[in-house]
Every structure is written in structure tokens, then in C-alpha cells.
Design a binder for this molecule. Structure first.
Ligand code: CA
Length: 713
């Protein structure tokens, strides 16, 4: 493991240290003699992140050593396109940015005329108070008991227990512990708003931000990256805000316990990538305010991709009105957004909510499981929703509603979706022109299959039989009703568990493309949505996308020589014998050509899976098919496949090798036909994420991969 880290660090150093005057700084408050007037070297490190944020310039790297940093930091400078400013945890060090201060017994005074209420001076509402690590919310009084229920912030009495009140006028925090005194507990109060504010062209990695009052991590500039960070118990998680910023990448982060949005693109950011994030119990909304919150939300964003995120258990079931608890929510003048392969489960409201002039949305291969609704569109236009898996929604599987001009709900297309046990499966409250066809339905027992359009205040027509729905509306002429999952739906799933879920035993599924068959029903290509090209060390070594080509057979090359070979999604011609059939199943497969082994990443060139949440001690069965053409290597093996486990901050990397041959000690080389390789892998202690790599080690020849499966037992 140490050699892996050293290798990764040295590549990192090469990438970011070559430009002239780029510096590497160290912040290490735990080292004796650490001080902000030190030079910031490993031997004489700084004490605070504030010092680093004030100093670091384009090209500099700040390595943050183990410690708790009670700071709120804004980076003074910006990086440049080829010289980012990097802030990242040093090796496997645990780095906690702490937004709360300990409020010891000396801070509190018994409030006048009370027996159990303690007061402490505070300049702003903290949003939550942590007592012995457990988050407590404000006292709220319900003012309306029927739907939609209403609340207002309440006033503490001696009878209250484990709630707080913020007295804005008196600038006091009031806390009731049900008769206990503050001296009997450890009380942490969020006093800082943001852990780190990133400027343009910055990169933040591997830190844990906890107990911040506002967005723990903020991006205010172009082309910045937030990756492998953990945010817990904060006002909200990660926000990209400011008008028209572009190019933010938010990936492999975990946000747990956000009062508001988990990840938020706000105020027209464009061309952003939000990928492989895990958001659990966001939009908790303890005050029930109309916060318009989503676990992953965008507001006025455009041209962005949301892929392979997992969103669980968002929302506050006590809050009515539908303005919180949405898993993925696009809102207000958003255009050209793509949702690929996301998994939403057990959220209070819809898995995917498309609202308010959100044009040209594309949603493929998403899973909504036990959400308030599957996919819902309101006042939006020209969405395409295909090959989504909508299971056991409490409400409709997919729906369009409320479309009065000028915010009409039109031209939404729902096709080739699988809708099981939703009630109803489909609800087109605005029938025309919206389109539904070629779907597969498994209605629940006695459930309504579909609901139609009705004037306001009139009960919408309900249809129990597909034939009646077709007759009345003309929709779903080619759809089918089935009572078991059809074998030929063209979708595979990856199953996994999430340690941080309320029920960590529950197996969840992400739609996978294990067979690499991701083309749409007309045979047209879209972006590959699951496997992505990469190197075995996870560092991108010049990976330009080449082109999308070959609609009817051929190759989409994704890496050029320079990475030592090419990586491609390939496709057999459907009209043999123009081209020999190469795929194991279907028409598509992954292909890696070795050309210049000397230029290849030592740990391989190939494909990564998404970063899935993982639970220690779970066992995964991983199977894959390989085929070789003249594989030659000077090393021990040509196939490099492994599972990589990390904690929630991308650290403590551990790998489990997958077989590179049929029997131990006999790696596959030369030319061979499709061969199945399989292994059972157990998630090690401390791991919170896993991803799988399949690739070619430095070698010449061609490695083909197909029909890959990842299943938790
Ligand atoms: Ca295939």
C-alpha cells in the first residue's frame, strides 16, 4: 500500500510541480513548532489553513496533515487552466475542518425565570446544536394540523427536551436538555459558515468538513474540482454558486445529514460534472421552512451531467408542500441537463424532479426505488426519459403536471422505462403533447395503471387496464404489462449496500451496462454511462475524448497513444458477415489495444466502474469475460483487474486483485477466446467506497471485455 501511495504521489508531483516556482506547502498543527510564520515546509509546517489559503498561488499544492481545523477559509488566489491550486489531505491523514466550537459549562447561564433552559451568547442561528455528537434541531410549533401542515419556530419552555431556540434579538442561543445541565454533556455549536471557499481552478480532495452552518464547501470560480470529500451535519454540503461559473467537477464526495441541499449548482453554473457522489439524509429541514431543497439540486444550471450519484433518505416527512426531500431536482431555466445512471432510494419526494422551464433534459438508466415518486415533470419542455427503472414509488412512477402557459409542460417523452409497483405507473395530468410508449409496466395488485387529464378540482380519470388507457389516450400503444421481470429488457443492475443508510442491510441497485449494451432502441449511440476509460492508478494521463462515430458497428476510441494504447467501446456490425462477431453478448464490448507498453501506466490502461458506496464485511461476486488477441508482455501478466476500496475521503486505499487467468499462477496471454473469470471479494473494515478496474497491463495486443457483473450477496 505504501508503494502505491508513493507512486501516486510522485505522478502527482510530476503533474503539478514541474511549472516554474510551483511550491508544495504543508500545514500540520500537530507538529511541534508548527507556526504560520514558518516557511510551510514538511519540517517547518504552517499551523493554519488560513495561512495556506492566503499564500498559495497558481500551481501550488497544499498538503494538509492530520488534525482538526476550526477554520473558515477563503482562498485568496485562483489557479490557472494548467496550474491549479491544490488543497488535499496528506497521504492517509484524517483532516477534519470543524465548523462548531465546544460550548463548555462556563458559556451557559440559566435563563431568567426558568428551571431547565440555558442561554449562551451567539451572533447567528447555528441551524443545529450537537449534544454528545447528536444533532438537535430548533423547537417548532405546529400551527396547522391538516395538510399542508404549517409550523413556526417555537419558544422554549421548561418542559422541552433536546431542542434549541435562537433568540435573534437578544443574540442568544437557548437550549433545553430536559433537566440536565450543560456540564453533563459535550455541546458543540456550529459557529462557522463555510469550511473552504474555492476560487477558480482549484482542487480540494480528501477532507472531512463537519458542523458548518452554511454550505461546508463552496466553489466560486471556473473549472474547480471537489473530490473525495466528506461533509457531515452541516447546513448544506457542497455548492457551486455565482453567475455563469463553468466547469466545476464534484465527484466521489459523501454528504450526510445536511439540513438543506446536499450538492447544489446555483445561479447558472454551466458545463459541470456531478458524479459518483453519495448524499444521505439531506434536506432534513428541521424548521420545516419552505426551503425548496433537493439532495442534489440545480438552479439555472445548463449543459451539465449528473451521473452515478446515489441519493438516499432525503426529506422531512413532517414537512408538507413538496418543497423539500426531492432527490435530484432541476429548477428554473435549466437547459440540456443529462442524468445518467443515478440511484435514488427512500427519498420523501420524487427521485428526479424536472421543473420550471427545464428544457431538453435527458435521463437514462436512472433507478428510483421507494421514493415519493419516480420521475416528475412540471412546467418543463422537451425531456427524454428512457430506460429508467422506477420501483415501488409511493406515488406515480412517472408524471407530468401543471402546465399553464407560458410555463407549459410539453413534449416530454417517456419510453422504454420499466415501472414496477408504482401507483399509478403513469400519470399524464397534461396529456398533450406529451408522449409515452414502449414502456413495461408491472402494476401492483389492485393498483391503478394510469391516470389522465382532468380540469382543476375534478377527479382525474383512472385506468386499471392498459387497453383502456390506450383506447382513451392513444398512449402506450406498444407498451406491455408483465407480472415478472422480462429477460430481454436490455438492462442489467449492479447491487450494493450503503453503510450510512438507515437500513444498511437493504440491497440497492444501480442500472448497469455490464454487457456494454448502452445504445438506444434506434441503435444510436449516446455517452457511455457506466464504464469509463482510465488508468489503473486513477490519475488521468492525457485522455482526450476522440469522437463518437460508427453508428452501425465500429469503435468509439477514448484514448490515443500517448497513454500507451487505445481504450474503446466497440460494436459489432448488426448485419454480419460484414464484420466478424467479436462481442461475447449482444453487439458491444470494451476493447483495449496495447501499442506502446513503455508509455502505458504501470498499473494498467482500461476501464473503471462508478465509485459505489460499500459496507464492510459484504461480499461481492464479480464476474467478467475476457478475450485476447496476441497479448504479449515482458511482465508477469497482461490482464490487470482489481477492486479498489477507500474510506469516504478516498484514503486508506486497499486493493483486492481479480483473477487474470483461469487458475492461479496461469495468467492469460497470447490469443484466446471468450473466457469467464470470477471472484468473490469481501469489503475490508473501514471501507466506504469501492470501484472496479479492468485493464491491460503494459503489453501489446488486444484485450476485450464483456458481460461484467457486480453483485452484493
Ligand atoms: Ca456485450
Amino acid at each position: 500500500m505504501i508503494t502505491t501511495r508513493v507512486a501516486a504521489l510522485s505522478v502527482f508531483s510530476l503533474l503539478f510541480s514541474l511549472p516554474i516556482q510551483a511550491a508544495e506547502y504543508h500545514v500540520a498543527p500537530g507538529v511541534p513548532g508548527a507556526a504560520d510564520d514558518n516557511p510551510g515546509t514538511l519540517a517547518k509546517p504552517w499551523k493554519t489553513l488560513a495561512r495556506a489559503a492566503a499564500t498559495a498561488r497558481a500551481g501550488d499544492t497544499v498538503l494538509i496533515h492530520a488534525g482538526t481545523y476550526p477554520e473558515s477559509v477563503t482562498m485568496r488566489n485562483a489557479g490557472t487552466n494548467d496550474k491549479p491550486i491544490v488543497f488535499q489531505a496528506f497521504e492517509d491523514d484524517g483532516v477534519i475542518l470543524e465548523g462548531a466550537d465546544v460550548f463548555g459549562a462556563d458559556k451557559w447561564q440559566l435563563a431568567p425565570n426558568t428551571r431547565n433552559i440555558y442561554a449562551a451568547g451567539l451572533d447567528r442561528d447555528p441551524g443545529l446544536v450537537l449534544v454528545d455528537g447528536k444533532a438537535l434541531g430548533p423547537k417548532v410549533d405546529q400551527t396547522k394540523k391538516v395538510y399542508p401542515r404549517a409550523y413556526k419556530l417555537g419558544v422554549l419552555t421548561d418542559a422541552d427536551k433536546n431542542v434549541y431556540q435562537y433568540d435573534a434579538k437578544g443574540r442568544k442561543l437557548l437550549l433545553s436538555l430536559g433537566g440536565d445541565t450543560p456540564a453533563m454533556h459535550i455541546i458543540n455549536v456550529p459557529v462557522r459558515t463555510t469550511a473552504l471557499m474555492l476560487n477558480a481552478h482549484c482542487r480540494l480532495a480528501g477532507i472531512h468538513a463537519s458542523n458548518y452552518r452554511g454550505s461546508a464547501i463552496e466553489v466560486v470560480g471556473d473549472d474547480s474540482i471537489v473530490e473525495d470529500c466528506l461533509v457531515t451535519d452541516s447546513g448544506s454540503g457542497i455548492r457551486v454558486s455565482g453567475w455563469d461559473y463553468r466547469g466545476a467537477i464534484v465527484r466521489r464526495n459523501t454528504v450526510i445529514g445536511a439540513l438543506g441541499n446536499g450538492i447544489y449548482l446555483q445561479d447558472r453554473p454551466t458545463q459541470c460534472l456531478v458524479e459518483d457522489n453519495l448524499a444521505v439524509r439531506c434536506t432534513l429541514n428541521p424548521a420545516h421552512e419552505d426551503g425548496w431543497m433537493g439532495s442534489i439540486k440545480m438552479n439555472g444550471a445548463s449543459d451539465s451531467i449528473f451521473a452515478h450519484n446515489v441519493v438516499l433518505e432525503g426529506g422531512n416527512y413532517e414537512t408538507d408542500g413538496g418543497h423539500d426531500g426531492l432527490a435530484m431536482w432541476g429548477d428554473i431555466d435549466i437547459v440540456r441537463t443529462m442524468f445518467l445512471g443515478n440511484t435514488c432510494a427512500n427519498n420523501k419526494s420524487s427521485g428526479l424532479y424536472v421543473e420550471y422551464t427545464m428544457g431538453d433534459t435527458r435521463a437514462y438508466f436512472n433507478t428510483s426505488y421507494r421514493d415519493g415518486g419516480g420521475i416528475t415533470c412540471r412546467q418543463s419542455q422537451r425531456g427524454v426519459f428512457m430506460r429508467n427503472l422506477l420501483l415501488e414509488s409511493r406515488g406515480s412512477g412517472f408524471a407530468v403536471w401543471e402546465g399553464a402557459a407560458p410555463y407549459s409542460t410539453t413534449d416530454q417523452v417517456f419510453a422504454h422505462n420499466l415501472v414496477r409497483d408504482c401507483n399509478p405507473a403513469i400519470w399524464l395530468a397534461i396529456e398533450q403533447p406529451n408522449f409515452a410508449d414502449y414502456n413495461t409496466y408491472w402494476p401492483g395488485k389492485n393498483a391503478v395503471l394510469a391516470c389522465g387529464e382532468a380540469p382543476s378540482g375534478v377527479r382525474p380519470p383512472q385506468y386499471k387496464e392498459l387497453a383502456d388507457w390506450i383506447k382513451a389516450t392513444g398512449h402506450d400503444v406498444h407498451s406491455q404489462v408483465k407480472d415478472a421481470q422480462p429477460a430481454d429488457v436490455g438492462l442489467d443492475t449492479v447491487t450494493f449496500r450503503v453503510a450510512d443508510a438507515k437500513d444498511p442491510k437493504q440491497a440497492l441497485m444501480m442500472v448497469g451496462n455490464g454487457g456494454c449494451e448502452y445504445e438506444d432502441p434506434a441503435g444510436q449511440n449516446i455517452l457511455p454511462y457506466f464504464w469509463r476509460s482510465g488508468t489503473g492508478d486513477g490519475v488521468e494521463h492525457k485522455f482526450p475524448y476522440a469522437a463518437y462515430c460508427s453508428l452501425k458497428g465500429g469503435t468509439e476510441a477514448m484514448a490515443y497513444p500517448g497513454a500507451g494504447g487505445t481504450v474503446a467501446f466497440s460494436m459489432d456490425s448488426p448485419s454480419a458477415p460484414i464484420q466478424a462477431k467479436l462481442a461475447h453478448g449482444g453487439l458491444r464490448y470494451l476493447k483495449i489495444d496495447g501499442q506502446k507498453p513503455a508509455d502505458m501506466c504501470r498499473q494498467g490502461l482500461g476501464f473503471w466502474s462508478p465509485s459505489l458506496p460499500a459496507r464492510a464485511t459484504d461480499t461481492y461476486d464479480i464476474g467478467f469475460f475476457v478475450r485476447g488477441v496476441e497479448l504479449r508482455t515482458t511482465g508477469a501478466a497482461a490482464i490487470g483487474a482489481f477492486v479498489e476500496f477507500t474510506d469516504a475521503t478516498g484514503q486508506h486505499r486497499q486493493r483486492a486483485a481479480l483473477p487474470n487467468g483461469i487458475a492461479t499462477g496461469t495468467p492469460l496471454l497470447g490469443t484466446f477466446g471468450w473466457t469467464k473469470l470470477a471472484a468473490a471479494v469481501t469489503v475490508p473494515g473501514g471501507a466506504k467506497r469501492m470501484r472496479v478496474f479492468f485493464g491491460l497491463l503494459p503489453a501489446t495486443g488486444q484485450l476485450l471485455l464483456d458481460d461484467i457483473s457486480i453483485k452484493v450477496r
